[in-house]
Design a protein around this ligand. Structure first.
Ligand code: PLP
Length: 387
């Protein structure tokens, strides 16, 4: 399942699973009848539609189980971008008037930072909290910023570029103490590490299906029970008026199946196996190219993400010299690295090094053989240029 192309086949080895994953075969199978036989609108009252409605409820229950959430707290969206936009815009509209401040980490995804920039033009005060040299939020700086003027604190759970985990439970405790709402963008964490909304204590959590073997175009916003968030999309009143628009049932069923697979994988020790492969990749790379820099290793981080740079190389030139692999040069969802990785820059890395970021992100079926292909390709490229 989800096997990256076999290296011996000559097809490049896919190591960009943080950008997106394939749809798992079991997910495709689960979705299939909902394109055709079970096409009915889940809001209709006749029996065939009731069956479709029930499938949506089953999917919601699977996502709730994965997140440790109550079922009524799960709202379908089109993905991570919509979920993040909804929270920031929604809180801005519903906050008490004196709470004008929105606090972010310095390493948020553009789906948060660009939305915050839009709020700034509406009068919000945006405060960015730095990260330390490990790539972890500075809680001491957060403490100095939080007060009764703060409406929302938004800190991602796992960084998309280097995989470092952020102290979201600590953030939530501190932000709630001043009456602010708390959001975490968990797009990169779901399916890779256990995530429990109650342990995190957040009010809102964003999920992107295509990062964990569900299709693109489907996601979730978790809204803590009892927390009010005005709708972002208005219309026919679906999802109890929280997010209008006919539910994309096949995608929802797919997300539910992917959530089930993720839950099983996490219980079966998938993160541990992934970390073993990641560590082996890093030590092979270090041994073969001693000048290589590996980021994020001093922090808690995702088990599947290896972030490297080699002095003298930009990420895109290094990857162009390695046609045997497909990897990322930084954040997955926007254009490559003219100005360098925003995360590395926020960590205080020199621009030359920040421009060098290559992100190798492993998937569930990545093998040691795939990683050998990557090590050989990267090492040969680096050696050929320096000889
Ligand atoms: C951390 C993070 N947030 C949000 C997104 C956007 O999610 P989507 O593609 O589902 O809109 C991404 C995608 O790369 C991401 O990595």
């Amino acid at each position: 399942m989800n096997r990256a192309p076999n290296p011996s086949s000559g097809i490049p080895v896919y190591l960009d699973f943080n950008a997106t994953t394939p749809v798992a075969p079991d997910v495709v199978t689960a979705m299939a009848p909902f394109w055709t036989d079970h096409f009915y609108n889940p809001s209709a009252a006749y029996p065939e539609a009731v069956t479709v409605h029930a499938a949506v409820d089953t999917a919601r229950a699977a996502v709730a189980t994965l997140l440790g959430a109550d079922v009524q707290s799960i709202v379908w969206t089109s993905g991570g971008t919509e979920s993040n936009n909804w929270v920031l815009h929604g809180i801005w509209r519903s906050r008490p008037f004196h709470r004008r401040r929105v606090v972010l980490s310095a390493i948020e995804h553009p789906a948060v930072t660009e939305t915050a920039a839009a709020l700034e033009s509406l009068g919000a005060e945006i405060v960015t909290i730095p990260v330390d040299s490990r790539g972890v939020l500075r809680l001491d700086v957060l403490d100095a910023v939080l007060d009764e003027q703060t409406a929302l604190v938004s800190v991602m759970l796992a960084n998309n570029e280097i995989g470092t985990l952020q102290p979201v439970a600590e953030v939530a405790r501190r932000a709630h103490a001043v009456g602010a709402w708390v959001h975490t963008d968990a797009a990169q964490a779901i399916g890779k590490i256990p995530v429990d909304v109650k342990t995190l204590g957040v009010d809102f959590l964003s999920v992107a299906g295509h990062k964990f073997y569900a299709p693109k175009g489907i996601g979730v916003l978790y809204i803590r029970p009892g927390v009010a968030l005005p709708p972002f999309l208005m219309g026919g009143g679906q999802q109890e008026g929280r997010r209008s628009g006919t539910e994309p049932v096949p995608l929802i069923v797919g997300l539910g199946k992917a959530a089930e697979l993720a839950h099983t994988g996490l219980q079966d020790g998938w993160p541990g196996r992934q970390a073993v492969l990641r560590d082996s990749l890093e030590s092979q790379l270090r041994e073969a190219s001693p000048a290589l820099v590996i980021f994020g290793t001093r922090a808690e981080r995702l088990p599947n993400t290896v972030a490297i740079a080699h002095p003298g190389w930009t990420g895109s030139t290094l990857l162009a010299a390695c046609p045997q692999i497909r990897a990322g040069t930084g954040s997955a969802c926007h254009h490559p690295d003219d100005t360098g990785s925003p995360t590395l820059r926020a960590m205080g890395m020199a621009p030359e090094l920040a421009r060098g970021l290559v992100r190798l992100s492993l998937g569930r079926e990545t093998t040691a053989e795939d990683l050998e292909v990557a090590v050989t390709a990267l090492t040969q490229a680096i050696q050929q240029r320096s000889t």
